[in-house]
Design a protein around this ligand. Sequence first.
Ligand SMILES: NC(=O)c1ccc[n+]([C@@H]2O[C@H](COP(=O)([O-])OP(=O)(O)OC[C@H]3O[C@@H](n4cnc5c(N)ncnc54)[C@H](OP(=O)(O)O)[C@@H]3O)[C@@H](O)[C@H]2O)c1
Length: 354
Amino acid sequence: MPLRLDTYRLLGRSGLRVSPLALGTATFGTEWGWGAERDEARKLFDLYVERGGNFIDTAVTYTNGSSERLLGEFARDNRESLVLATKYTTLRRPGDPNSGGPHRKSLFASVEASLRQLNTDYIDLLYLHVWDSTTPVEEILRGMDDLVRQGKVLYVAISNGPAWQVARMQATADLRGWSPLVALQIEYNLIERTGERELIPMAREMGLGVVPWSPLAGGALTGKYSRDDLTAPDGAFGDGTRRSLNLAQGALTERNFAIVDVVREVAAELGRTPAQVGLAWTLQNPGVTAPVIGARTPAQLEDNLGALEVDFTASQLARLDGASAVELGFPQDLLTRETTRQPTRGDLRIEARR
Ligand SMILES: NC(=O)c1ccc[n+]([C@@H]2O[C@H](COP(=O)([O-])OP(=O)(O)OC[C@H]3O[C@@H](n4cnc5c(N)ncnc54)[C@H](OP(=O)(O)O)[C@@H]3O)[C@@H](O)[C@H]2O)c1
C-alpha cells in the first residue's frame, strides 16, 4: 500500500504522530555553500506541509542559525500542527570550553538559542546531536528531563552515538523515571549500512524510532554522479559544493558506484527515479520511522516524495541488499550462522502455534 506524508506513524515508544518522511532543513540558507535562498526554502516548506508533512528537522547551528530562523518564520501560522525537531551540542564559541558538547550548561544555552531562533516557546523533539565521552549519562538525561518538565521540550532523542551508550541511557531513564529517548538519528542508506550491526537492533529493542539522515548519501544515490567525478579537477575539493563535500567524505567510490548501478537498474524496472528507489529502500526497514530527506529545490523534493509510492518485488529487494550488504561481524555472524543459530522470537511464535 503506498504511503503518503499524512500516513502518520508513532515515533518510537511515544504517542507522537509523525510523517513517514521528515523534511531536512540543512539546505535552508546558503551559508554552507550548497543550500537554498529564503524564497526557495519557503517553497520546500510549503510543498512539504501542503502534502500533510508534519515532521521537520533542524539543528541549532545549521547554516549558522539561518535554518532555524527561516523555519521559525515559515512555521508561524501553523506552529501547533508541526513537530519541530532540533539538536544541541554543536553551538561552540572559540576559547569557551563550556560552549558545545552534551553537558548541562551547553544543553540549556543551546535550547534557549534554538527557542529564540525558531521564535517559539517549545521544541517538540530535542536530539543530542553528537555524542562525546565527557559527560555522565545521568547529567544529560536529568538535564533533558528538566527541560521537559519546564515545558520547553516535549520529547528527547539522540543522534550519532554508540549503541551501548544509548542503550545504557535508555535503561537509566527508565529506572529513574526520566523522559525516555524516543528517536535515534543515524546515517543510514544503501551505501552506509553499518547501523544494522548494533544501532538499529538496539533501537527496536529499546523503543527508539530510527530516523535516518543522508538517506541519499548526500546525493550519491540519485545517480547524478559518474565515475568521472572520482578524478576531481584541481580545486574541486573545498569549493563548497555538495559534490566536493561528497568527494571529500568518500561518498563517491567504486564500491558506491556499483551500488548505484543496481539502484539505477531497479529504478528503470519500476519506472521510478534512482532517488526514489534509494529513499524507499531505507523506508522499508521495519526499524525505520522516517528518513530525513534533503532537498535543495522543489523539483528534488517532489522527486523524493515519490519514494512513498515505491513497492519493491522480493527479487529487487534481494538485489539491492546483495549489492550493498555489510558484514555484520561478531557476534551477529555467529548468532545467525546455521551451526550456532539460536531461536529468534519468530521461531518461538511458530513453535507456540504448533
Ligand atoms: N544528525 C545528523 O548528524 C545529521 C547529519 C546530516 C544531515 N542531517 C539531517 O538530514 C537531512 C538530510 O541530509 P542530507 O542533506 O545529507 O540528505 P541526502 O538526501 O542524502 O542528500 C541531500 C542532497 O542530495 C541532493 N539531492 C536530494 N534529492 C535529490 C534529487 N531528487 N535529485 C538530485 N539530487 C538530489 C541535493 O544536493 P545538490 O542538489 O546540492 O547536489 C541535496 O542537498 C539534513 O537536512 C538534516 O536535517 C542530520
